[in-house]
Design a protein. Structure first.
Length: 494
């Protein structure tokens, strides 16, 4: 990650330091007038002292157009809905719910349909619908084979795979090389167009598919990659389905992630973001002749077909959604001798931090409870807003990981050699303690505030949590407030 230090054009007295991960979240909920607790961080981010929030925005969890503009350093956001109504959303916890669903979508795609994917990590050998004892089905449902079958039916496939030292490196190069060799040129694109060409990254995990003129999108915390497939039983490598999947040197334990299937205006916003990134006037390294995608309006117009059966929503309840993003302000600037500069001029010319703005605003309105889940949970600025809001709720539940790692190598003659990761574990836990426990004690030395904070990690049933391989690694990124509001997606508290 990198940081940039810019003056806010809305409020010239305010300087902001921002992380540079490009991420996408969905904001969903219902509206009520609740407490309005303004943290110092929120005031800085949104410039609230310089320009009051309109009265109608005070009653909403959602960002107003004015707040969105402030979160973009004065640039209006005209490419997405402010809030879209009438969306249907299906929650897909764990890989055994999400990946078979993706296989259904890919299999239903026909000629002239498309499937677009933006990812942090990818393994084309992932079995999307594993069945122990059925080798033919498992081979058929491998991601690369499902994509190839769709290609032969005339389906357009595009993949943006984030590329840099922080994400993928030579592994990503190998994946895209194999995918393009099988599916054709310019299918999998190594994309280093982020805050810094080598050390930055894009953390988006989104899919967008058009099936016979109807759009469906997915967003959340789960890549289609090694170690991500798991079931609700979370038996890890003891699960016969999990054992069929590719493994790597890091993810050798149970895994919990969450994805969300969306139809409606929010799906259009996700597609719009993908197209804007693909069509950035600055081409990714090695892709000077990258073809331009048509506009979203062109992609979705001219179709008059019934909704395919595969897209009939299981839960017809409709909800309002606001899509928020983190787009690097550093990436938008000129960099001397850098191969990648002046990014995002077609959709976020000064960057965008609506993820952060939504985090601070929604927490300021918490009245009953806060639930927050994330793999790291040590970014003190973000967690300061949780501590601030804790004074006005009954309780706060924090779900995170203990930074345990189960790393080993099988060496000739020596067998399994485990790597000691205690220093990493101790460091992360210290920063978690500093950002949460110590921060609460400083705010309220009586200890009453601290009693509202309840912090947990997930472990497999009947395990004591002392061994890293017994954990359920929680990779979701979730903020829930008062049974009214959810902020979910791929942006972590880091």
């Amino acid at each position: 990650r990198q940081s940039c230090f810019l003056s806010n054009p809305v409020n010239p007295k305010t300087s902001l330091t921002m992380t540079l991960l490009s991420q996408l979240l969905l904001v969903s909920g219902f509206v009520k007038g609740l407490y309005a607790i303004r943290t110092a961080v929120e005031r800085e981010l949104l410039g609230l002292e310089a320009e009051p929030v309109p009265a109608e925005a005070e009653d909403s969890y959602y960002l107003s157009p004015e707040e969105i503009t402030r979160s973009r350093f004065g640039a209006t956001r005209d490419d997405l809905h402010v809030v879209s109504d009438g969306n249907t959303i299906q929650y897909l916890p764990n890989g055994d719910k999400f990946m078979p669903r993706i296989y259904e979508i890919i299999s239903a795609a026909k000629e002239h349909d498309f499937i677009f994917l933006a990812c942090w990590e990818l393994n084309e050998e992932m079995i999307l619908d594993p069945r122990p004892g059925d080798a033919a089905h498992n081979e058929k449902t491998k991601l690369i084979n499902a994509f190839d079958a769709a290609r032969l039916r005339g389906v357009e496939i595009k993949i943006l795979y984030t590329w840099g030292l922080a994400s993928g490196g030579s592994y990503a190069e190998g994946v895209c090389e194999r995918v393009n060799k099988r599916l054709g040129a310019n299918i999998c694109i190594l994309d280093n167009r982020h805050g810094h060409a080598s050390t930055g990254s894009s953390h988006m995990k989104v899919w967008a598919a058009r099936l016979q003129g109807h759009l469906v999108a997915f967003s959340g915390s789960m890549d289609t990659s090694s170690g991500r497939f798991d079931t609700a039983d979370h038996c890890g490598l003891e699960d016969p389905k999990v054992c069929l999947e590719p493994t790597d040197a890091v993810h050798r334990y149970a895994w919990h992630g969450s994805m969300y299937e969306i139809q409606g205006g929010a799906a259009e916003d996700i597609l719009t973001t993908f197209v804007a990134r693909w069509n950035d006037p600055v081409k990714p390294q090695g892709h000077k002749n990258l073809p331009i995608l048509p506009s979203v309006q062109e992609m979705l117009s001219g179709w008059e077909t019934d909704l395919p059966e595969v897209l009939l929503p299981k839960d017809p309840e409709q909800v309002s959604v606001q899509v928020v993003r983190t787009v690097s302000c550093s990436g938008t600037t000129e960099k001397w001798l850098s191969p990648i500069s002046n990014l995002f001029q077609n959709f976020a010319p000064s960057g965008e931090y609506t993820v952060a703005a939504s985090w601070y605003k929604s927490l300021s309105k918490a009245k009953k409870y806060i639930f927050v889940a994330d793999q790291f949970m040590h970014f003190d600025e973000a967690l300061a807003a949780v501590i601030e809001a804790a004074a006005h709720v009954d309780f706060v539940i924090i779900l995170t990981d203990k930074a345990q790692q189960y790393l080993y190598f099988d060496l000739p003659l020596l067998g399994k050699q485990q790597i000691d990761t205690k220093v990493w574990e101790t460091a992360i836990q210290y920063h978690q303690w500093q950002a949460i426990v110590e921060a609460a004690a400083k705010k309220d030395p009586t200890g009453e505030l601290g009693k509202k904070l309840h912090m947990f990690s997930l472990m497999r049933e009947d395990k004591d949590g002392s061994n890293a391989e017994d954990q359920i690694y929680d990779h979701e990124k979730t903020l829930l407030i008062d049974d009214e509001f959810a902020l979910v997606g791929s942006a972590g508290v880091e």
